[in-house]
Design a protein. Structure first.
Lengths: 244, 234
């Protein structure tokens, strides 16, 4: 069975409440930011329950007629919320936001709020490790080569941005020169245009070169020696690319 | 008919409305059965003071409409009377139980262990609040029929009124010897009582509405809410 990892007290209480009402015919809704695990939680608690998305109104209507137990995701997208009848049904809905609070209040007996990932530090660590493991296997990277602490933890859109930042980091650190060339090739193929292309796209190479050089060697004098160019030329280029 | 030969005392004794006779020293000279029950919830002094305040100006009897409530006892009128300087009597009239006009939709009712619903609602409450909370429940309560969804909404509303309260005490018990008639059937009553140092009253109307839908009597007070739930088994 799929597991749902969390150390958050709030979510533990949600799970407890759901486990108690599992056999009862009550309507529940989990409301919280996108990508906080609402759907995974519903699936974990009700693995065999049919699932429909609020994006498809007709499908929800039909499912309500045919099933006594139903998971409705994206509930906020349903436009006919006030015509729904949940009498003697076990409904588990998820929504990214409340929408009409009064309507939610009359439709649902149990209204849960899913805490955002930033309020669940232990869950962040767990998910980060999980994503790293997953990414390493997908991208065929040796896990030992990775400095996991260096991976930025971007939580702006919860698990989605966290996952993205893990994958991006691993991609960036595992590319060889040929792969970088081919990325540039694809990029230029798409964007190259106009009459000043050479100067315009040179930055793609020069900017990271100078930035990395400054970070690595500290002073402009030393960097100009490493790069084998004149100090004044380097300074001009720093100015040109607005590098601090 | 010669009424003087009939002794009326036992009629008063067994009246369901409380009757008390005081002397002018605030001492109780007589009280009927119903009054005895009431004294579990109100002091002698308070009732004596009420009797004095509402007494007619001269000898005789006066009935006043007012609204009085002590715990789950509520009264809509009193009669105060005296025939001499030494004794004064007060009789309190129970407010009739509100008769539920809408018929119970028993098709929606499912046999339920109320303890589960209560615990699930407490878990929901704990996702939002950290208030200390005690629960005293009767695990031997038999499962009974209830509209699970409606009752859950009612519980959520009720608990929400205690969102800022300290030391919330919840108890669930069978009210021994009390019954309610629903569809010509006598049903036992389960009482859910929630007490704290205070509560919000902003959703009291909604609580009344949800309770009425399930024929639950609710007693909303400053520090507590009591729900009297009919224990319907068939």
């Amino acid at each position: 069975m799929e597991t749902f990892f969390t150390t958050s007290d709030k979510i533990q209480h949600i799970i407890k409440s759901f486990n108690l009402t599992k056999t009862l015919f009550v309507s529940s809704i989990i409301i919280g930011e996108a990508h906080t695990g609402k759907k995974s939680l519903a699936r974990y608690l009700f693995p065999d329950t049919p699932l429909v998305s609020g994006e498809n109104q007709e499908e929800v209507k039909a499912a309500l007629e045919n099933h006594d137990e139903l998971i409705i995701t994206d509930f906020e997208k349903l436009s006919n919320q006030n015509s729904l009848d949940f009498t003697n049904k076990r409904i588990i809905a998820t929504a990214n936001y409340m929408g009409n609070p009064q309507l939610i209040d009359t439709l649902f007996a149990f209204i849960y709020t899913m805490p955002p990932l930033k309020d669940r530090p232990d869950d962040i660590e767990y998910l980060k490790k999980l994503f790293i493991k997953e990414a390493c296997s997908t991208l065929i990277i040796d896990k030992k080569e990775i400095d996991t602490d260096a991976i930025a933890t971007n939580l702006t859109s919860n698990t989605e941005s966290l996952k993205k930042s893990v994958y991006m980091h691993l991609m960036k650190h595992s590319l060889n020169a040929t792969e970088i060339e081919s990325i540039l090739y694809e990029y230029l193929l798409k964007h190259l245009d106009g009459n000043d292309g050479y100067r315009e796209f040179l930055g793609l190479y020069e900017k990271p070169l100078i930035k990395a050089g400054l970070k690595k060697f500290g002073s402009q004098l030393q960097l100009s020696q490493v790069l084998g160019i004149n100090r004044n030329t380097l300074r001009k280029k720093i100015h040109e690319h607005n590098i601090d | 008919m010669n009424t003087t030969s009939i002794n009326f005392e036992s009629f008063v004794e067994w009246d369901t409305n409380p009757f008390i006779l005081f002397n002018n020293q605030e001492k109780i000279l007589y009280l009927n059965n119903a009054a005895e029950l009431l004294f579990g919830y109100v002091s002698k002094k308070e009732l004596y003071d009420i009797a004095i305040s509402y007494a007619p100006q001269s000898f005789g009897y006066k009935t006043t409409s007012l609204s009085l409530s002590y715990d789950s006892f509520s009264f809509h009128a009193i009669t105060v009377g005296y025939e001499n300087e030494e004794q004064i009597s007060i009789r309190l009239y129970y407010t009739p139980r509100i008769k539920h006009t809408e018929k119970l939709e028993t098709t929606k009712f499912i046999t339920t262990d109320i303890n589960i619903l209560l615990e699930a609602n407490i878990a929901l409450f704990k996702t939002k609040n950290q208030n200390p909370l005690t629960l005293l429940t009767d695990q031997d309560l038999p499962p009974f029929k209830i509209d699970q969804n409606n009752f859950s909404k009612l519980l959520r509303k009720v608990l929400d009124t205690f969102r800022s309260s300290d030391s919330i005490n919840i108890s669930l018990k069978l009210l021994i010897g009390q019954h309610v008639i629903i569809d010509n059937k006598k049903e036992a009553i389960v009482q859910l009582s929630i007490q704290a140092n205070g509560r919000y009253a902003d959703t009291d109307n909604e609580i009344h509405n949800f309770a009425a839908q399930s024929h639950i009597k609710c007693i909303l007070q400053e520090h507590s809410i009591k729900l009297e739930i009919p224990l319907i088994q068939e």
